[in-house]
Design a protein around this ligand. Structure first.
Ligand code: G6P
Ligand code: MG
Length: 483
């Protein structure tokens, strides 16, 4: 069977914590396990991480861990007598000195004092992902007075966004700092930063991770209106990250659903152009929380993201809390494979008229050009230390599988997020330099990925196990004696 190129990120939670479920998710095609630090204790995450590592190893698969920081989500407090129901035209106040447990029909507490400073009369506040909308009428010293413009039920701890963005909470909370240390302890390959405003937020997260001796790659969640206000803001955030996530939940609330799809396509394309991976997230198979089959609209959503060349599609509540976690991964697997059959998924006109900046990038891109244009080629093999060479390769559209060969476990996990890249453990230092090509090709032959008579392209550098050194590309004829 052909290899799926688009990767699947699945969130673990109560519905998928058992060793059996994790085994089934990996078998169904989960490439990256997302641990959501907004829920669960450190020990629960330790246990999940341990199980994923152990079971992936048993199945001979490489599955990356992605730790998703909670970030400064602003939330209302709790209600004294259970959920309330707001009607259009009701008056309602958000107060920073009202008891957090003492919400009523008229007022609720809030543990984010700056809301009062950030808000102006005329602003629109969206509660519970926009299910309830409040129009700010006036702002007092410690409260925001609003009128309800979209009514509905409101229960404890629901999130607050402002239409148009602009709430000033810093991206990394004390809890996030603790979770960064946990991510380092668990040797996670990826850490996602929630609500980053700009490059400085990403730089701080990176510094904290490096201080904790983690080598994790950083994912910027694009979920504030400011982040997509113009290309300068967006590119700045992308540049400061290793990957981005189109975090459609909060982003959709801040910018409105009408523009969301266009912006999603734009983010995917900007990220790929800047050599970063991109994950498309939120509600992709939402109805599968309670149904074994996706809707046509969901199928279309996943397929369109795959056709737009996202690296990965993501499942949240579907796998964390739903009734059909394994079916959700299977559905994504099926839909991505279907989309990948389309010619648009296989050809590339990318960078044909551009200059390259580095030797290793030049080799990586030349390999893709050669592979895409020489019909006998059935696979690309790249020896990699950090995952950088396959990252550059996988920015180019192609039907060819890219096999990333590395001795480094973190790198094997890391490349599991990249579109079209398959991880294979391989240590060139264990063999004579003259045996490397033959051994690498034999590994692919034995696994059934290539057959005698095929051509494969192999890239590497003169020195083994050093990053950035790729300087050669070779066309190898499978079945002949290779040197
Ligand atoms: C391995 C190979 C080297 C190659 C390097 C590229 O270490 O043995 O020959 O230069 O990968 O690694 P990179 O991290 O730049 O993809
Ligand atoms: Mg979010």
């Amino acid at each position: 069977m052909t290899l799926r190129r688009t990767k699947i990120v699945a969130t673990l939670g109560p519905a998928s914590n058992s060793p059996e479920k994790i085994a089934e998710l990996i078998k169904a095609g989960m490439n990256v396990a997302r641990l959501n630090f907004s829920h669960g204790s450190a020990d629960e995450h330790r246990e999940r991480a341990r199980l994923v590592r152990e079971i992936a190893e048993q199945q001979g698969k490489h599955v990356a861990l992605l730790g998703d920081l909670q970030g400064p989500k602003i939330r209302i407090g709790r209600f004294a007598d259970g959920p309330i129901k707001l009607e259009v035209g009701d008056h309602f106040r958000l107060s920073t000195n009202h008891p957090l447990d003492g919400g009523t029909q008229d007022i609720v507490g809030l543990d984010y004092p700056d809301l009062v400073k950030d808000c102006r009369a005329g602003d629109e506040l969206l509660l519970d992902d926009g299910r309830v909308v409040l129009l700010v009428e006036s702002v007092g010293r410690d409260e925001v007075r609003c009128k309800v413009t979209t009514g509905g039920p409101l229960s404890n701890n629901k999130g607050i966004n402002r239409r148009g963005g602009g709430l000033s909470a810093p991206a990394l909370t004390d809890k996030d700092r603790a979770d960064i240390n946990l991510a380092a302890e668990l040797q996670m390959e990826y850490v996602a930063v929630s609500f980053p405003r700009d490059a400085a937020d990403m730089d701080l997260a990176r510094k904290l991770l490096r201080d904790a001796e983690s080598d994790a790659w950083l994912v910027a969640k694009i979920e504030r209106a400011e982040a997509v206000a113009d290309d300068v803001a967006l590119d700045g955030l992308i540049q400061a990250s290793d990957a981005v996530m189109v975090a459609r939940g909060d982003l959709g609330v801040e910018i409105g659903d009408a523009e969301l799809v266009g912006i999603q396509k734009h983010i995917i394309s900007r990220a790929r152009k800047q050599n970063k991976t991109v994950i498309t997230a939120t509600q992709m198979m939402e109805s599968m929380i309670s149904s074994p089959l996706p809707t046509r609209a969901e199928v279309s959503d996943v397929a369109n993201a795959a056709l737009d060349y996202t690296d990965a599609v993501m499942l949240s509540a579907e796998t964390a809390a739903g009734s059909y976690p394994v079916e959700a991964v299977e559905a994504m697997d099926r839909v991505c494979r279907g989309a990948e059959k389309q010619p648009v998924s296989k050809r590339s006109g990318h960078r044909l008229y551009q200059e390259f900046e580095r030797c290793d990038e030049t080799i990586a891109l030349a390999a893709m050009y050669a592979g895409n244009h020489f019909p006998g080629v059935t696979a690309i093999i790249t020896l990699t230390e950090s995952g950088y060479t396959p990252l550059i390769m996988s920015r180019i559209r192609s039907h060819l599988p890219i096999f990333a060969l590395s001795p480094n476990s973190q790198t094997l996990g890391r490349v599991s997020l990249m579109r079209g890249v398959q991880a294979i453990r391989f240590n060139p230092a264990e063999m004579a330099p003259s045996d490397i090509n033959q051994t690498a090709v034999t590994r692919l032959l034995e696994a059934g990925h290539v057959k005698p008579g095929d051509w494969v392209i192999l890239t590497k550098g003169d020195v083994y196990n050093s990053r950035g050194g790729t300087n050669s590309m070779k066309l190898l004829h499978v079945g002949e004696r290779l040197v």
